[in-house]
Design a protein around this ligand. Structure first.
Ligand SMILES: Nc1ncnc2c1ncn2[C@@H]1O[C@H](COP(=O)(O)OP(=O)(O)OP(=O)(O)O)[C@@H](O)[C@H]1O
Ligand SMILES: [Mg+2]
Length: 267
């Protein structure tokens, strides 16, 4: 492996509990170098899944958190000034394409469309990346793959991806795992007993039913892991759930009361 991407190697197996056939499907997608899009609500395991797949496939993983101020140069690279004049520095996308890493663009809808289009020539059969400022055409390494993720539903229409972008990808839908699986995840991640993990999942199920009825989003697996970690450190369950589950989710006093009540029915 090229030294420039060696630091991005995932050396330890990340804990990932498969919820369906996503591991096999992703492996098949990687085998044909299909660019992949992971869709699902916040905190449901998308990032963990990519880390796991990068480890399983033995490929370095370069992650970029996208935002609306991001420019094409932030992805592709730029000339930097140093004592000896100017020097080209590859951006994360170029680094991944050149040396054969998996490039993961997190929350890609946040990026402006003129930024997102730089991935187009890399995600069709050309598999090239033109570095216009440098006058170089990078041919993607055979191990290179692009993965993007986003939370459908949060963004306005303005922020949706263009069809010409979407249609370059295969997609996997992620959702909060079903109760038994989520219980296992929370218990494994935090060390709380199966009993406590089950109660946390119960609270989450109640809250998820309130989505669209006063809550924009339900309690994520991530939040349950937070709550479980506090309980594992001997924080009282009620206080842990308030801090990690209820307070971050909503400012609405009635909704907080309803969620607090749900917590007390379990703990
Ligand atoms: N299937 C799973 N196996 C193992 N851990 C999981 C799984 N799903 C969720 N988790 C736990 O939930 C946490 C949040 O997951 P992750 O960071 O992957 O969410 P995400 O979908 O990338 O969210 P966001 O869209 O906000 O980035 C993880 O750190 C992990 O503890
Ligand atoms: Mg993520």
């Amino acid at each position: 492996m090229h030294e420039q991407v060696r630091d991005y190697q995932v050396t330890q197996e990340p804990y990932y509990r498969a919820v369906g056939d996503e591991v096999d499907l992703y492996e098949a997608a990687y085998a044909v170098r299909m660019p992949m899009m992971l869709k699902g609500p916040t905190g449901c395991g998308k990032t963990r899944f990519v880390e796991y797949m990068a480890w399983k496939l033995g490929k370095p993983l370069i992650t970029v958190a996208c935002n609306e101020d991001m420019t094409a140069s932030d992805l592709v690279g730029r000339y930097l000034l140093d004592a000896n004049g100017t020097r080209w520095q590859d951006g994360p996308l170029t680094l991944a394409a050149r040396h054969g890493a998996i490039c993961y663009l997190d929350e890609v809808v946040e990026a402006r469309q003129d930024t997102v289009v730089v991935i187009h020539p890399l995600t069709d059969n050309r598999r090239v990346l033109p570095l216009e400022k440098k006058g170089e055409l990078v041919e993607a390494h055979e191990d290179f793959q692009l993965v993007i993720s986003y939370n459908p539903g949060y963004q306005s229409l303005m922020k949706d991806l263009k069809q010409s972008t979407k249609q370059r990808f295969g997609a996997l839908d992620f959702a909060y795992p079903e109760a038994d699986v989520e219980k296992e995840i929370v218990s494994h991640e935090t060390g709380v007993s199966a009993d406590v993990a089950g109660k946390l999942v119960g609270v989450a199920e109640r809250a998820r039913n309130l989505k669209g009825h006063g809550l924009d989003e339900g309690i994520s697996t991530r939040m349950l892991v937070h709550a479980g970690s506090l309980i594992a450190r001997d924080v009282a369950p009620l206080a842990a759930c308030r801090m990690a589950l209820v307070r971050p989710l909503t400012d609405d006093p009635d909704m907080r009361d309803a969620l607090d009540a749900a917590v007390t029915t379990f703990f």
